[in-house]
Design a protein. Structure first.
Length: 476
């Protein structure tokens, strides 16, 4: 039995700068499958890292001659790339079993199977155990009906098996299978921030979130639960990537990093491991968590935490309430100041395009962002991702005007507001970026900041002309 995991050829979201992340989802699945199933030959193809186009991918599929092809599906905007990769597999051999998974296909399982005949099976929700049982069933030529957590076709009918319970202890998972892409590890980098091509890795510390933001698909996908790996396990995985693959920049992918005692224990474990002096790691957090646990910030900084993304979202309390953020605009002010006081790079995320948004309210947001003055910002358009409460409301209310999944990237406006067209929203997004990064005073302070990470990013942005690229995109 041969199983091929594919990361399809795709473009990088250039707002984040020159970077190439490892295909974490499929190397995690590959590692689990390798541990649990004997006599299975596994291969991982990362087309972007290998600079492999579709013709080359077809040739590699032919040469490996797999029984099963499973495609990575990181985000809704990659939907058509996944379908194209599986269509290509079927072109090589119609008998190849093709598998899709991830949040988008979980949320649209019936619709996707009805629309894309190239997909044989959709793994819904958490994939490790489900994929393993599916591979074993395929090898034994037995019915898929006993495999929990899948949707598939059976005699022309779409079948959904019962949901699979979540894994109770995430520490039981193997380390992600970086050995499957060992020849590519040197290509995974975040040059804009690290300043070099030193390898960079992704680390998963938890799954899900205990909060219920209406625009977020994560908590829905993980069934409204939050499960965390132990601090020691996270530190061990970080040290593993550092020692075995030379990773010096680590992205802790948690949707919401848990502060408090857990964060303190992680910092202690990293410091004791001896890698913290030569390590930089990044994560995202809520503003209120930063404030409530500010006493742990110095220790986290000592452990190598250099960068935190704050979900500020908006300057209006009414909009924050609509998003169900349970935050106030004042929380962001205090959180940014605390991070900067501890020499931790403070990035803020803002969202425009909420139903009540107007040109005046977005102008006020720009003023707020400038006054807040975080080290870096990303402005995004409110996007109704399948699987979210926002999507269900928008679909029910007829707000969605663009059904091209490739545009669900938080840069393209999918919906109008009550007073603005999609084109207006798109124009406002560019104004947000131009307002913040167009300030010569801010650029100067960034280029000569005492914070090393801030200096690197601003010099990079200046050299790459990021804002000019954004303007070109928004004018398309």
């Amino acid at each position: 039995m041969k199983v091929l995991f594919v990361e399809p050829p795709k473009d990088i979201w250039f707002v984040m700068g020159e970077y190439l992340p490892p295909p974490y989802g499929i190397i995690q699945l590959a590692a689990y499958l390798e541990r649990e199933v004997n006599d299975v030959e596994i291969k991982v193809l990362d087309c972007t890292a290998e600079q492999m186009d579709w013709t080359m991918l077809e040739q590699r599929v032919q040469s490996f001659n797999p029984d099963i092809v499973a495609s990575s599906a990181l985000a809704t905007c990659n939907t058509y790339l996944v379908v194209r990769a599986l269509e290509l597999a079927k072109k090589v051999d119609p008998d190849i079993l093709t598998i899709a998974g991830g949040q988008h296909f979980t949320a649209t399982a019936r619709e996707s199977l009805e629309t894309y005949p190239e997909i044989d099976v959709i793994v819904r929700g958490e994939g490790e155990l489900t994929l393993t049982e599916l591979v074993e069933a395929a090898r034994a030529h037995s019915s898929f009906s006993q495999v929990k957590g899948i949707s598939f076709r059976n005699k022309g009918q779409i079948k959904h098996t019962p949901p699979r319970p979540l894994i109770e202890n995430l520490d039981d998972l193997p380390f992600p299978g970086y050995h499957f892409v060992k020849h590519l590890v040197h290509k995974y980098h975040f040059k804009a921030s690290v300043g070099t091509d030193a390898p960079y890795a992704l680390i998963e510390g938890s799954r899900g979130c205990q909060h219920r933001c209406t625009f977020c698909s994560q908590w829905c996908h993980w069934l409204g639960t939050w499960r965390a790996k132990s601090p020691q396990r996270i530190a061990d995985e970080m040290a593993f990537c550092y020692n075995n693959y030379g990773s010096r920049f680590l992205w802790l992918t948690d949707d919401n990093f848990g502060f408090g005692e857990r964060a303190s224990q992680l910092a202690d474990a990293l410091i004791q491991s001896g890698v913290s002096d030569d390590l930089m790691w990044f994560t995202q957090a809520r503003c209120d968590d930063v404030i409530q646990h500010k006493e742990v910030l110095p220790k986290l900084r000592k452990s190598g935490l250099r960068w935190i993304l704050l979900g500020v979202e908006n300057s209006k309390e009414s909009t924050l309430n609509t998003f169900r953020k349970n935050l106030s605009p004042e929380d962001a002010n205090e959180a940014v100041k605390l991070l900067q006081a501890n020499d931790i790079f403070a990035q803020a995320m803002f969202i425009i395009g909420e139903r009540k948004d107007t040109a005046d309210s977005i102008a006020s947001l720009r003023v707020y962002a400038n006054d807040l003055d975080p080290d870096f910002v990303i402005f995004a358009v409110l996007t109704p991702f399948p699987g979210t409460e926002l999507y269900e409301e928008a679909k029910r209310s007829g707000w969605i005007e663009d059904w091209n999944w490739a545009h669900y990237d938080m840069i393209h406006a999918i919906m109008a507001t009550e007073t603005m067209s999609r084109k207006n929203v798109q124009e406002e997004l560019y104004k947000c970026y131009q307002s913040f990064y167009g300030s010569w005073q801010r650029r100067f302070r960034g280029l000569f900041s005492r914070n090393e990470l801030k200096r690197r990013i601003y010099w990079y942005m200046t050299g790459q002309g990021i804002i000019s690229q954004l303007k070109t995109l928004f004018e398309e």
